[in-house]
Design a protein around this ligand. Structure first.
Ligand code: HEM
Ligand code: HEM
Length: 345
């Protein structure tokens, strides 16, 4: 009888310890990460009105922003497909391959800076890049303004989105409207968000082990905050440089932005929200398998060979970062007119 009582007591203690452990993990996590909010954030200097968001959505889906009239933002950032293209590197104007993988537009509004190397400060600055890039949409600000001014519905919509402005249809306003729409592309309510808000049952045992490893092994030192990344820059290959397929020698990352030697092969710690939906991985798009990407991070960034189970557990945790994508109705775009510049494929 004595033994039985002892065993029961020990079992009881174990249960209490496991319970306390889970709460402790939740509390540690809540200090490092933040849930995705239910509503779009406020952007300084870009008042969010329904008219502006609706216009921004049309522009996001507008292929006539490209010289060929074939490529829209949604071509490479398909909002029905995790906000990206499932290609190793982007394919743009004239079927040209770009140098880098397309990141998702979902939750991009929470990144401190845009692009793999952080070279654009915000989404409005960012949006002007691809429209003009030769390998992306290959257009010009003048051509964009001529195109949008040629369609009376756009002129009217720009007037309503930018009331009181002398020159409502402009390249800058295009970017501001797209930014307003992009701010709505957030994915709340992932299992991990529910966990962070205190629902410890939202993550199963394996996912909790993965979360503990993610913090204990040091992933969290680069991937933290609301997007688990997107805030700071680190050498890719901090401890050991990955092979030339994963880290091609021609792309030196932030070095191209700052021209400082210590920034060679420095990249933004990638945001990990919805990471299960955004293969292939890394700026090179060289790795299709998320477990392999996790293992690469172990050797390259931590100098630690992660065990097979550790990799599986961390990957299970990363799957809990998949949130609810907003339901987006494909917009109807106004017809071209005689004044619309003709496609230039
Ligand atoms: C990066 C939006 C058009 C390919 C980005 C980012 C955003 C964005 C927000 C940064 C995301 C992040 O850093 O986490 C847009 C918008 C577009 C547009 C609003 C339309 C005006 C395109 C097109 C392509 C493309 C047409 C493909 C041909 C890429 C690539 C990057 C990128 C490869 C990463 C570039 C780098 O880091 O150097 N885009 N995009 N985008 N986008 Fe787009
Ligand atoms: C990229 C996970 C540790 C910095 C990534 C990616 C994943 C990941 C899945 C690919 C994201 C994508 O392609 O969209 C992890 C895990 C870690 C870890 C599970 C711990 C085992 C770290 C540490 C650092 C870091 C400690 C900083 C020293 C970066 C950077 C990138 C990245 C700079 C972008 C690489 C590129 O340019 O392609 N991480 N990471 N990571 N991580 Fe980590």
């Amino acid at each position: 009888a004595h033994r039985t009582l002892g065993t029961l007591a020990a079992a009881g203690l174990l249960v209490i310890a496991a319970g306390a452990g889970a709460d402790d993990l939740q509390q540690r996590a809540a200090k490092q990460f933040k849930p995705i909010p239910q509503y779009p954030p406020v952007i300084d200097g870009n008042e969010m009105t329904d008219d502006k968001i609706t216009l921004g959505k049309m522009l996001f889906f507008e292929p006539r922003l490209s010289a060929s009239h074939l490529i829209s933002c949604n071509t490479c950032h398909n909002v029905g497909m995790g906000g990206h293209d499932y290609l190793p590197v982007a394919i743009g104007h004239g079927w040209q391959k770009g140098p880098r993988n397309s990141p998702t537009v979902y939750n991009a509004v929470f990144n401190a800076a845009q692009f793999w190397d952080g070279r654009a400060a915000d989404l409005a600055e960012q949006a002007k890049g691809p429209v003009q890039a030769g390998v992306e949409m290959s257009s010009t600000p003048q051509r964009v303004e001529d195109t949008l001014s040629s369609m009376p519905e756009y002129v009217e919509r720009f007037r309503r989105a930018f009331p009181g402005e002398e020159n409502p249809v402009s390249f800058d306003h295009m970017a501001t409207a797209i930014e307003a729409f992009e701010a709505t592309l957030i994915t709340p309510d992932a299992p991990f968000d529910r966990y962070l808000r205190g629902d410890t049952g939202a993550l199963d045992d394996q996912e909790q082990r993965g979360l503990a490893l993610f913090m204990d092994k040091g992933c969290v030192s680069c991937h933290s905050g609301i997007n688990l990344g997107g805030q700071n820059y680190y050498p890719f290959g901090l401890v050991a440089r990955p092979d030339g397929k994963i880290l091609p020698s021609g792309d030196k990352g932030r070095f191209a932005v700052t021209e400082t030697e210590s920034d060679e092969y420095v990249f933004r710690a990638a945001p990990l929200r919805n990471i299960a939906l955004t293969a292939p991985y890394f700026h090179s798009g060289a790795v299709w398998d998320l477990e392999e990407a996790v293992a690469v991070m172990g050797t390259a960034q931590l100098g630690a060979e992660l065990g097979e189970e550790e990799v599986t557990d961390i990957t299970a945790f990363l799957h809990t970062l998949t949130g609810d994508v907003p339901s987006i109705t494909y917009p109807e775009l106004p017809p071209s007119t005689d004044a619309t510049p003709r496609p230039d494929p």
